[in-house]
Design a protein around this ligand. Structure first.
Ligand code: ADP
Ligand code: ASP
Ligand code: MG
Length: 439
């Protein structure tokens, strides 16, 4: 029998009505045997995700404040769902008492955040009549905080064999010492992928609130079209650059196993969504580009020095400073006598003065400056290698929209072109590029 792993995001499990919808999706296909839920998300735009309420509780306890009003909101959300679904009202009573006590005893930030998925998993398992598998017992991290893929896969695949149908909460696992650790925000997508690998699934369905991976962020480009098929590599480029549909690390566990990911819309289950696959020789994209994504909030450090190109080890010494500070960079556009380092403003912030001083000491530049307010836009597409003049079309479209391009970088594999524009030009540039290729 086929096996499908299905992950439902927070908006797909925000209230009882969505739980019913989720159950009907699962019951519509026997193969949907393993379910990975997120914590209840937003029911309406101004609503707060349970995960954020939990982070608030943690912070309040840490500051010595009374978390009761916030914790009661969390209790009310779960109990509201339980009651409306007609489940036994007491299923979370002991759990909530325990979680409350643990939060009051400062049980850690990750522990706090993880309870959103944990509690939601219990409710969903009860509602579906599936077994509940606590992710703490099957998803493992190493001492350095990295995900322990092989240990996890060995244990999880064995456990899944004993449970033909189960709910495994997303977002967290455990450290070697037994404490709870979460992935970064949006990490339930990664759990879904890990479960798909361990179950040797035929398909990993990722159910969310949009009908697939769209060619651009729908909040920036209104009415952006869904992408029918996209490769893992294209997807990684887009999600790294801010296309938040799927966590950027979610492809790793399924990539080698070659398990396709299907992004689907919980509110429109009839839509086919987007297929994310290893290879697409079979699929020609309709447009030259597959998608566009971007993020604001980058800074550029520009270092100038005459004869820089002749000074062996110059670049290495600059990057060494970043490494010492534990700061990663995005791009390194360079000229003969100039080198620029593009990095996130947030990452730079606390190291700014110290880092600039260190660079000056190490390479003795003629000048060094930092400019903030840069937005990066990635134009991604496997079809770009074959199509002549793609870069020219991108630049013309942006220029015609009266947007000044501050940086250009083309990936060596010709899968993407990265542009840097001013933060305030971001939306205009995104729409201009989209219109050039799609409309
Ligand atoms: P979930 O709660 O299901 O995990 P997310 O909020 O993490 O859902 O991801 C879905 C959201 O991602 C969409 O509602 C949309 O606003 C946003 N998004 C950003 N870029 C894109 C894109 N290129 N295609 C589709 N959605 C996008
Ligand atoms: N609930 C977590 C978050 O809000 C994880 C997830 O939704 O994937 O980030
Ligand atoms: Mg998500």
């Amino acid at each position: 029998m086929q096996v499908k792993v299905v992950k439902f995001g927070g908006s797909s499990l925000a209230d009882a009505e969505h739980f019913r919808q989720v159950a009907s999706i699962i019951r519509a296909d026997e193969a949907r045997r393993y379910v990975v839920p997120s914590a209840p998300g937003k029911r309406f735009p101004e609503d707060t995700k349970v995960t954020d309420l939990l982070y608030t509780c943690y912070e309040m306890v840490r500051r010595g404040e009374d978390m009761t009003p916030v914790f009661e909101q969390i209790r009310a959300r779960y109990n509201g769902i339980i009651e409306e679904l007609g489940l036994d009202c007491s299923i979370l009573e002991d759990e909530l008492t325990f979680v409350r006590g643990a939060l009051l005893h400062n049980s850690g930030r990750d522990y706090a955040a993880s309870r959103g998925e944990y509690l939601n998993g219990i409710v969903l398992a009860k509602y579906l009549g599936f077994d509940f598998i606590d992710a703490a017992n099957v998803i493992f991290f190493c001492d350095d905080g990295s995900f322990d893929a092989e240990h996890t896969n060995a244990i999880l695949s064995e456990v899944l064999q004993r449970h033909p149908r189960a709910v495994i909460p997303g977002f967290y696992g455990s450290m070697p010492n037994g404490t709870i650790k979460t992935f970064s925000r949006g990490g339930s997508d990664i759990t879904g992928s890990i479960v798909a690998r361990a179950a040797q699934a035929d398909l990993y369905e990722n159910w969310t609130d949009v009908s697939g991976f769209l060619m651009a962020d729908p909040r920036v480009v209104k009415g952006a079209q869904p992408i029918e098929t996209i490769t893992y590599r294209e997807l990684r480029e887009l999600s790294y650059m801010g296309a938040g549909v799927l966590h950027e690390d979610a492809i790793f566990p399924v990539r080698f196993a070659g398990i396709p990911i299907n992004i689907r819309n919980t509110n429109q289950p009839g839509d086919e969504g987007t297929m994310i696959v290893a290879q697409t020789d079979k699929y020609d994209s309709e447009h030259v580009i597959t998608g566009i994504a971007g993020k604001k909030g980058f800074s550029v450090i520009t270092i100038e020095k005459d004869m820089m190109n002749a000074e062996i080890g110059f670049g290495r010494r600059v990057l060494e400073v970043l490494e010492e500070e534990g700061v990663s960079f995005e791009h390194l556009p360079s000229g003969i006598d100039t080198m620029s380092v593009v990095l996130s403003t947030q990452a730079l912030e606390e190291h700014r003065d110290h880092m600039l001083n260190r660079i000056c000491t190490k390479v003795n530049p003629d000048s060094i400056s930092v400019e903030d307010g840069l937005a990066l836009i990635a134009v991604v597409g496997r079809g770009m290698v074959k199509a002549k003049g793609t870069a020219a079309r991108v630049f013309r479209a942006v220029a015609d929209a009266s947007v000044n391009i501050r940086m250009i970088d083309q990936g060596s594999c010709e899968l993407n072109i990265i542009l840097g524009v001013d933060d305030h030009d971001f939306e205009r540039a995104m729409n201009a590029i989209y219109a050039e290729f799609v409309k």
